[in-house]
Design a protein around this ligand. Structure first.
Ligand code: ADP
Ligand code: ZN
Length: 514
């Protein structure tokens, strides 16, 4: 059996997928042929499989350097569930726990490790004798001071490689890499004989717009209310702003949660869970929210403030439309934003070295300058964004606020009848998200308790994506065929006086869509 066949069998057996996503096969093949790899793929592109499959095919162990403890834990748990022996080593564990893991290292195919632990000389004694066949560096942009998420211990990875008797294959993965960051990754991680895979940065289903409202708050409320059945994230520049936005939405009875570094782990986990399940549709957050989040039905991202860099703008907007459905990225710009951002980037007290401090501020200023130009350009926003990542398109996209976005009218009478009849059958008592679960045929505890899985409308729109169902419900709300009743912090979906004629087939329903 050749490698190609084995790869496919592993993909099916452990991950349950029939075919590879774009680029995965190329990257895996390169690793198996013992080439170093730099893989730049957008969030959701499927990077994990690119190193998890080789990890299973190579002898010895694969070491994965990853900067986020929560993500490492989640990934190891996922792997263990699939029957792949994996473990993670991070800052929160006791020395003895870590020693025990290393003593049994040959039991594991994949060991996740934080960069700090890898750089810590105390663990070299255990790490050096390991039979490491592949060293994976996830979020590899953290090695570059051009990126916002610079982690000094990433710079030690190269030293670590130098100490190993047998150099493993090294592969670096990232979602955001401008040409400058890419260059840093190659040199600072010491990649050799490298196969570089760069996925296209184009996200054709995203619509970009920049708005300059007189009042950001009024505009935000308008945006969110017009999208009451959709899921969205409001990114704010500071914790303070995230708190304010949250309060604003809360006062206006919008089902929202918030997330920033000033909250406790428990509060954040609770907020995240409510957003992921669809129970709360709006998330007001700082950039602390989103890494490793895989919610496919996010239909809009609002930047309440001008972002600090193209990298972060691309990454944050990239969380919309993960399932391929059309989604919007709306930036609210005000002339005060550049000043606020100046303050944010000048604050790097945590970095002791004055010279490094100075160069970081300089770098950040350059990045800010580019975003500033982006906010003021009359050219196609998509093309400007792609050009930043080194991709050039010459046609206007027709899907950004500088190209003028066109909508299309569609007849949605049939899906409208399905949705309205389902709302009638859940007796107008179920929340928006439970109604969606009924239509999609997802049996939650609530649905089982209420026997909604016995309804004729259960699974009636099974073949649709959740975001498609949301978009249809949203249109019906805006046209007055449905309404959301805010009751005890829940959003109950109910019929209106306009619903009956649709159900009887007396009305044709048209709605505008992107
Ligand atoms: P990234 O790390 O690039 O953000 P992930 O590795 O988390 O992306 O993968 C994103 C999503 O795509 C996950 O839900 C994953 O299970 C799924 N996925 C990965 N590979 C495939 C594939 N070959 N076919 C279908 N889905 C896949
Ligand atoms: Zn455009």
């Amino acid at each position: 059996m050749d490698n190609k066949e084995i790869m496919r069998i592993i993909l099916k057996k452990y991950f349950g997928y029939d075919s590879f996503k774009k680029g995965q096969e190329k990257v895996i093949k390169a690793i198996l042929s013992k080439k170093d790899v730099l893989c730049v793929m957008p969030t959701g592109g499927g990077k994990s499989v690119c190193f998890q499959i080789p990890a299973l095919m190579l002898n010895g162990v694969t070491l994965v350097v990853s900067p986020l403890i929560s993500l490492m834990k989640e990934q190891t748990e996922e792997l263990n569930k699939k029957g792949i022996s994996a473990v993670c080593i991070s800052g929160k564990q006791e020395y003895n726990t870590i020693k025990r893991i290393f003593d049994n290292a040959d039991r594991y195919k994949i060991i996740y490790i934080s960069p700090e632990k890898l750089a810590n000389d105390n663990y070299l004694y255990y790490l050096l004798p390991l039979d490491i066949s592949l060293l994976v560096i996830d979020e590899a942009h953290c090695v570059s001071q051009w990126g916002q998420s610079f982690r000094p211990s990433y710079l030690k990875i190269k030293d670590f490689l130098g100490k190993l008797e047998k150099r493993p294959v090294v592969s670096a993965f990232t979602a955001t890499a401008s040409p400058a960051v890419r260059k840093d990754i190659l040199s600072l991680l010491g990649l050799k004989n490298t196969y570089t895979y760069i996925a296209g940065f184009e996200r054709p289903n995203l619509y970009y717009s920049i708005i300059r409202p007189k009042s950001k708050n009024k505009e935000l409320l308008k945006i969110v209310k017009y999208r009451s059945a959709l899921c969205g994230i409001i990114y704010c520049a500071t914790r303070f702003a995230a708190d304010k936005v949250y309060d604003l939405l809360e006062i206006n009875n919008i089902p929202c949660v918030k997330y920033h570094a000033g909250m406790s782990d428990k509060e954040r986990a609770k907020a995240q869970a409510a957003f992921l399940s669809g129970e709360k549709t709006v998330m007001a957050a700082t950039i602390a929210f989103g890494m490793g989040i895989d919610k496919p039905d996010i239909s809009y991202i609002v930047h309440y403030n001008m972002p600090l860099s193209f990298e972060s703008y691309y990454q944050e907007t990239g969380r919309a439309g993960r399932d391929g459905e059309k989604a919007e990225c709306i930036m609210l710009y005000s002339d005060k934003d550049p000043e606020t951002n100046q303050k944010i980037i000048s604050d790097c007290e945590n970095i002791k070295d004055r010279n490094i401090q100075k160069s970081i501020i300089q770098n950040n200023n350059k990045k800010l300058d580019k975003v500033y130009k982006f906010c003021h350009t009359k050219k196609c926003l998509r093309n400007e964004l792609l050009a930043f990542f080194g991709e050039y398109h010459f046609k206007k996209c027709g899907k950004c606020s500088n190209c003028k976005i066109q909508t299309m009218q569609k007849n949605i009478t049939l899906p409208a009848q399905k949705i309205l009849s389902s709302v009638a059958r859940t007796k107008q008592r179920a929340t928006l998200s439970e109604n969606i679960n009924v239509l999609k045929g997802i049996k939650t505890r609530y649905i089982a308790d209420n026997h909604f899985d016995k309804l004729s409308t259960f699974g009636l729109m099974q073949e649709m994506k959740i975001s498609e169902i949301r978009i249809l419900i949203n249109a019906l709300i805006n046209l007055g065929y449905l309404k959301l009743l805010h009751y005890k912090h829940k959003d109950i979906l109910q019929l209106t006086e306009k619903s009956l004629p649709v159900l009887k087939g007396e009305t044709t329903v048209y709605a505008d869509f992107l």
